[in-house]
Ligand binder design. Structure first.
Ligand code: DQA
Length: 146
């Protein structure tokens, strides 16, 4: 089984971004923890980050005809306004799990809307790095059931 974890815009700057919202963990450390959990679950975990919306969309397109069984996605700020990412995700048939480090519903009003949520099986938001790890476990279970 293979699960893809996609990190969107500005998530490469974790560790340097507002630590009150995102903690001090870096993207490299998050990917390391995901890879360790993947090892425990006996699955392959691929991670991907881009600050370019078109590159991000193309990665979603590639996923359509790949061996990826489920997608965990933190689209960063794109979550709140990218119809292009929404439409690309709508093409996928595999289960999608939306994750966020911070609790988007407890922050500014513009973060309360997610264009990923209607296409996701569920959303895990506000648990820091654990959001990703819980998201990976959820994706693993969904891929098993599929
Ligand atoms: C985020 C929340 C978004 O609102 C924000 O733009 C991010 C990170 C999170 O993981 O908490 O870049 O997706």
């Amino acid at each position: 089984m293979k699960i893809l974890v996609m990190h969107g815009v500005n998530l490469d700057m974790l560790g340097m971004r507002d630590p009150t919202q995102y903690g001090t963990v870096t993207l490299k450390e998050i990917n390391q923890k995901l890879s360790e959990l993947g090892g425990e679950l006996g699955i392959e975990v691929e991670t991907f980050q881009s600050n370019h919306e078109g590159t991000f969309v193309e990665k979603i397109h590639e996923t359509h005809s790949s061996d990826v069984d489920a997608l965990v996605i933190n689209a960063g700020a794109w979550t709140h306004y990218s119809y292009a990412i929404h439409d690309a995700l709508a093409i996928l048939a595999i289960p999608i799990v939306e994750v966020h480090l911070s609790n988007i519903h407890a922050r500014e009003a513009f973060r309360h809307q997610s264009l990923v949520a209607p296409l996701a099986k569920g959303q895990i938001t506000g648990f820091g790095v654990s959001s990703y790890l819980l998201g990976l476990r959820a994706a693993f279970q969904l891929a098993h059931e599929a």
